[in-house]
Every structure is written in structure tokens, then in C-alpha cells.
Design a protein around this ligand. Structure first.
Ligand SMILES: Nc1ncnc2c1ncn2[C@@H]1O[C@H](COP(=O)(O)OP(=O)(O)OP(=O)(O)O)[C@@H](O)[C@H]1O
Ligand SMILES: [Mg+2]
Length: 444
């Protein structure tokens, strides 16, 4: 579709010769003039000699990175649109790219069409450039979000753009996909970071108590209210409130939520007055709110209010490339925590590949925590993974399935947790009561 004459001159910075040639050939066929270089040094020299309205750069190049190319390009020409690409996208790199004024960020491997669309958007936006928002976020805390799949990179991009604002965000995804973690990332990358982040699980608070939990209650407002009670919205004033499982709010309370989101005022139960609060709201659900709206179970007006920015977190089975990254990450983390030296074998990684991970990231996390402690000789192999997967099947879970021979496992986990039985039980995947019974039986 090269119907227009594309005069824009592009600079491509890519150290992989194969990718570089593909990108250059493709863009030239689309009518662009392209200069290509393979190092940051050449890139910076080109930028000094020639004006490029658009620069496309890989991130990991040599001793310097695409972020340096970004800085150089924007220093020369603040309107230059820099598109960064990488196969190793992380929250930090996306945040740094956004902060440095990158136009966009593409996860590798990408379809050439995606690149073309991005380049066209860059051209279009330059045609009407005013002045980019130069808002800055200093000293980002270290990110703990792992995953460089295109889906996760897309999420990092949304987070990096939405975090500095006060926009209400709706995060949708299956259990264990990282919804709360994303909410925390948004808060910790926002100007509200010195203020509280308060999470409320709307599903676990009894409906009758949710109102006072959120809005507070005056002394005597209901039987048993022997003192004033501050609600979550007030406790989180100037910070962020995370409304988890918002799909579980009863219909009649949804109207009150709606009013709150519109007015940003609370009236504690039993109080004659309302008062303003300043909170940023992030909501999450593992239900399909749109369907609930269609079925009349969730107010459409509330849905519109909450759904200002929508983040859908895909289940792990739809981003399998992240599985090994997460597995290694958690093994490293728990090695450090429990002073272990476990490592995953290649066959273990292959065994994880075929599995659907119904519990998503949380399931990998717990499995790796347990295997890190239990792996004989520190080797987590295919057999260990297969057994761990089998152990999570509902029927073999909990109860009396641990054989006496497994007392050895129990002891190892207990020693790793410093004798903390609740934690040990969780790692072992058994009820705490069961653990106590086992210990009693052997007189420990
Ligand atoms: N991409 C990720 N990188 C690292 N850790 C992650 C990632 N996603 C999730 N986790 C971890 O997995 C666990 C579950 O994540 P989280 O609690 O955010 O899930 P959730 O979507 O809120 O689940 P639920 O719907 O069950 O509440 C947490 O310990 C979280 O830190
Ligand atoms: Mg959650």
C-alpha cells in the first residue's frame, strides 16, 4: 500500500544483520529512504550529521543501548519519533523508554505490518506535533514484573502511560495472572507513591459491611459500632484504592459506588455530612464485566465509570514464552530466600511447556518455591515438575495423601521456613491442620 510518496528518511539501528536487512528491505519497498547502522556509535554519528524524523532502534546493542540512541535523537531534535524494539522487554525498559520520550516500543519478534503501522503513526503524529508532555518520573522502584511476551510489553506500555495520571483503571484477568501486582506497579509509578495503596477484596467483605468498610461509619451508626470507623477511601486519601473483585459488588451497592466515583465524596454511615476525598481508583475482576452488564448483573453506568483504561491480563497459557522466564525468576528468588542452590534442567522447562497452568503465575510461583526447597541435589528436573503438576490435581490435593516417607520433605521445608508452620503447609500444598496432625503423629 505505498500509494503516497513517503519522503521521510529513517534511521534503523540494529546489530542483528538478519533483522536489519529484513527491516530495511521492507521499509524501502514501502517507499522510505532508510539508513541502517549496527552500533550505537554509528547511530550517534548519523544523528549528528543528518536530520531523521523517525529512528527505529534495537535496545540491547553494545556497551550502550537503544535508550542512549533515544536520548541522542531527542537531544538533537525533540520532535524526533523514536521507535524502540527488543526481545527482552521489561517494565523498566518500557518505563525508561516512555520517560525518555520514545514514540513507541515494539516487542520482538514482530510482524512487519506492526512496524509499518507504527512508522505511519509516527509520521502522522509528527505532522501535527505540538509539544510532547515532558512529565518525568524519577527513580523508579525496581520492577518485579517478569515477562517479555508481546502481551506483557503491551501491558507495560499501558502502565507506563497511565501510571502518572489519575485515570481510573480496570484490570481484567484470570486468577493468579498478576492483576494486583499490576495495580501496585501503577501506584508505585505514580506521583501518589508516598501515599497509601489500600486493597479491598469486595468479594470477601460481607455485602452488609462493604459500605462501612469503604465509606466509614460513625459511632452508633449500627449495633456494635462503639466508635467512629474510618473507611478505606478516607484511609487512602491522596493515595490509591484497589477495588479487587469489583464484579462481586451487589447491584444495590453498585449505585453507591457509581455516585462515589462521580462525586468523589464519602458520607460515613450515620454521618449527616459528606466530605471530599482524593483517591485514585484501580479496579480488578476475574469475571467478564461486559457479559455481566449484558445480563443485567452489573450496572452499565458503573462499568463505564470504571472502564476508563482497561487492561486485560492474558492467562499464562496465552504467553507461553514467559513461562521459563517466570520459572527461573522464582527459582532465583526462593534460592535466595531459603539459601538454596536449585536450578531448573532443560527437561524441566520442556515439561512446563505442555502444561496449561490453570493457576497462572501464582501456580508457577508456588510450585517453584516448593521445588527449590525440595529438589534433591538442587536439580529440578522433568520428573519433579511432572510430580508437582500431578500433586496439584484436585483429587490428590491435601488430606491424607502425604506418605510417612514424606516426613523428610516436611522437615526440610520446616527447616527452610525457620519452623514457620503456616508457610511450610502452604509450600507443601497441604492444610495447616494436616501438617500439625502429621507432626503430632511422629511426636514433633
Ligand atoms: N508477571 C509477573 N512477574 C512476577 N510475578 C508475578 C507476575 N504476575 C504475577 N506475579 C505474582 O504472582 C502472584 C499472583 O499475582 P496477583 O496476586 O497479582 O494475581 P491476581 O491476578 O490478583 O490473582 P487473583 O485474581 O487470584 O487475586 C503474586 O505473588 C504476584 O507477585
Ligand atoms: Mg488478586
Amino acid at each position: 500500500m505505498s500509494d503516497t510518496t513517503n519522503a521521510a528518511r529513517l534511521l534503523v539501528v540494529e546489530d542483528d544483520a538478519g533483522v536489519r536487512t529484513t527491516v530495511v528491505t521492507f521499509l524501502e519497498l514501502e517507499g522510505y529512504q532508510v539508513d541502517a547502522v549496527s552500533s550505537t556509535r554509528e547511530a550517534i554519528r548519523h544523528l549528528n550529521e543528518t536530520a531523521y524524523p523517525i529512528v527505529i532502534s534495537d535496545i540491547y546493542l553494545d556497551e550502550k543501548t537503544g535508550l542512549d540512541v533515544l536520548d541522542a535523537a531527542r537531544a538533537k531534535d525533540p520532535t524526533c519519533a523514536v521507535i524502540l524494539m527488543t526481545a527482552r522487554g521489561t517494565m523498566e525498559t518500557v518505563m525508561a523508554a516512555t520517560r525518555g520520550g520514545a514514540f513507541d516500543y515494539i516487542a520482538k519478534p514482530f510482524e512487519l505490518d506492526v512496524l509499518l503501522t507504527t512508522v505511519r503513526r509516527a509520521e502522522a503524529s509528527r505532522a501535527g506535533v505540538v509539544d510532547e508532555d515532558e512529565s518525568e518520573i524519577d527513580d523508579l522502584p525496581e520492577s518485579e514484573m517478569i515477562g517479555s511476551s508481546a502481551q506483557m510489553v503491551a501491558i507495560y506500555k499501558i502502565v507506563s502511560r497511565v501510571a502518572p495520571t489519575d485515570a481510573t483503571v480496570l484490570i481484567e484477568g484470570e486468577t493468579g495472572t498478576g492483576k494486583e501486582l499490576i495495580a501496585r506497579m501503577i501506584h508505585s509509578n505514580s506521583p501518589r507513591v508516598p501515599q497509601p495503596f489500600v486493597a479491598v477484596d469486595c468479594a470477601s467483605v460481607a455485602p452488609a459491611l462493604l459500605e462501612s468498610e469503604l465509606f466509614g461509619a460513625m459511632r452508633g451508626a449500627y449495633t456494635g459500632a462503639d466508635r467512629d470507623r474510618m473507611g478505606v477511601f478516607e484511609a487512602a486519601n491522596h493515595g490509591t484504592v484497589f477495588l479487587d473483585e469489583i464484579g462481586d459488588i451487589e447491584l444495590n451497592f453498585q449505585l453507591k459506588m457509581l455516585r462515589f466515583l462521580q462525586e468523589r465524596e464519602i458520607r460515613p454511615l450515620g454521618s449527616p455530612r459528606s466530605r471530599p476525598v482524593d483517591v485514585r481508583v484501580i479496579a480488578a475482576t476475574n469475571r467478564d464485566l461486559q457479559t455481566m452488564v449484558d445480563e443485567g448483573k452489573f450496572r452499565e453506568d458503573l462499568w463505564f465509570r470504571v472502564n476508563v483504561v482497561r487492561i486485560r491480563v492474558p492467562p499464562l497459557r496465552e504467553r507461553r514464552g514467559d513461562v521459563p522466564l517466570l520459572a527461573h525468576f522464582f527459582v532465583r528468588k526462593y534460592n535466595a530466600r531459603y539459601s538454596q542452590n536449585a536450578r531448573l534442567t532443560d527437561s524441566a522447562l520442556r515439561a512446563m511447556d505442555d502444561y496449561v497452568w490453570p493457576g497462572n503465575v501464582r501456580q508457577i510461583q508456588h510450585m517453584m518455591e516448593r521445588l527449590t526447597i525440595l529438589a534433591p541435589d538442587g536439580r529440578i528436573d522433568q520428573k519433579a515438575i511432572q510430580e508437582a503438576i500431578r500433586a496439584t490435581e484436585p483429587h490428590e490435593h491435601g488430606g491424607e495423601t502425604l506418605a510417612d516417607a514424606e516426613m523428610d520433605q516436611i522437615r526440610r521445608v520446616l527447616s527452610a521456613t525457620g519452623g514457620n508452620k503456616s508457610r511450610a503447609a502452604r509450600i507443601l500444598g497441604i492444610e495447616r491442620k494436616t501438617l500439625y496432625r502429621k507432626l503430632e503423629r511422629v511426636g514433633e
